[in-house]
Design a binder for this molecule. Structure first.
Ligand SMILES: Nc1nc2c(ncn2[C@@H]2O[C@H](COP(=O)(O)OP(=O)(O)OP(=O)(O)O)[C@@H](O)[C@H]2O)c(=O)[nH]1
Ligand SMILES: [Mg+2]
Length: 239
C-alpha cells in the first residue's frame, strides 16, 4: 500500500441485540441518529470512513457491524476474519448485555489463537445519554475491563454523539501506533495495581489524564441528531 492510499483498519463491533451498535457506527460514519427506527442487523453490514489521525496519518476505518445473531452462525469465522480491532459493546442500561460479552471474548480468543494474531480490543458502554436508567455502574465497567485485560474503554452515546468520534480515533491510534499502544498498556497495568479509590474515574467516555488522550477534534464533533454527509463514508451489506 502506498503512502497516498494511507492505512486501513478493520474494526468489528460486537455485543448482544438492541444495544445500539448500528447506531454508534452510523453516528461515526454519517453523523446521524434515527432514534425511532430499530432494524435488527442480519448477518453483517459494512461501513467505511476515512480520516486523519494524529501521529498516524490518513486511515480508512472499515467497520463490520456484526448482528448479534452472528454468534450462533456457521458464518461467524468468515464475518470476523481479518478484524484487527474489536469494539466489545454493551448497553449501560442493561447489565445482562455486559455479561453477554463474555461469550464474545471467548470467541475472539479462540479465533485469534487459531490465526496466531492478537487483535486490539476496547470496551464500549453505549446509550450514555440514558444516565437516569443506568444499570451498569462505572466500577462494574472498570472491573470488567480489568478482569479481561482490556486496556481501552469508553462510554458513548450515539444519540448525543458523546465520545463516538473519540472512541474510533483513540482505538485507531492505539492499534496503529506502537508507542501509543505501549503507553496505554503500561497505564492499564498501573491502574490495575492501584486500590479502587486511587483509580482514575471515567468521565466523558475516557479515563482522566490518559497518556494518549488527544483533544477532541474541533469540527466533526456531533450534536443532537444533525446529519452531515461525509464524502469519505460508504456502506454495504453481506448476509
Ligand atoms: N437513548 C438512546 N437510544 C439508542 C442509542 N443508540 C441506539 N439506541 C436505540 O436502541 C435501539 C437499538 O439500536 P441498534 O443500533 O439498532 O442496536 P443493535 O445493537 O445494532 O441491534 P442488533 O442489530 O439487533 O444487534 C434503537 O431503537 C435505537 O434508537 C443511544 O445512544 N441512546
Ligand atoms: Mg444492528
Amino acid at each position: 500500500m502506498t503512502d497516498l492510499e494511507g492505512k486501513q483498519i478493520r474494526v468489528g463491533i460486537v455485543g448482544t441485540s438492541c444495544i445500539g451498535k448500528t447506531c454508534m457506527i452510523k453516528r461515526f460514519v454519517e453523523n446521524s441518529f434515527h432514534g425511532s427506527q430499530y432494524n435488527s442487523t442480519q448477518g453483517v453490514d459494512f461501513f467505511a470512513r476515512r480520516m486523519s489521525l494524529k501521529t498516524v496519518g490518513t486511515v480508512t476505518f472499515i467497520i463490520v457491524d456484526i448482528g448479534s445473531n452472528a454468534l450462533n452462525s456457521k458464518m461467524l469465522p468468515i464475518y470476523i476474519n481479518g478484524i484487527e480491532l474489536f469494539l466489545l459493546a454493551y448497553d449501560m442500561t442493561n447489565s445482562n448485555s455486559l455479561n453477554e460479552l463474555r461469550k464474545w471474548i471467548t470467541v475472539i480468543a479462540a479465533f485469534s489463537g487459531t490465526r496466531n494474531y492478537e487483535p486490539s480490543v476496547a470496551l464500549v458502554g453505549l446509550k450514555g445519554d440514558l444516565e437516569h436508567l443506568r444499570a451498569v455502574r462505572l466500577d462494574a465497567h472498570t472491573r470488567f475491563a480489568q478482569e479481561h485485560n482490556i486496556p481501552l474503554s469508553f462510554l458513548s452515546s450515539a444519540k448525543s454523539g458523546e465520545s463516538v468520534l473519540t472512541c474510533f480515533q483513540k482505538c485507531g491510534i492505539y492499534h496503529l501506533n506502537p508507542d501509543a499502544k505501549q503507553r496505554v498498556r503500561e497505564h492499564a497495568i498501573l491502574q490495575a495495581s492501584l486500590p479502587p479509590s486511587k483509580r482514575e474515574s471515567l468521565v466523558g467516555g475516557v479515563p482522566h489524564n490518559h497518556p494518549v488522550l488527544l483533544p477532541p477534534p474541533p469540527s466533526k464533533s456531533v450534536a443532537g441528531g444533525t446529519s452531515v454527509p461525509d464524502p469519505n463514508s460508504t456502506v454495504c451489506s453481506l448476509q
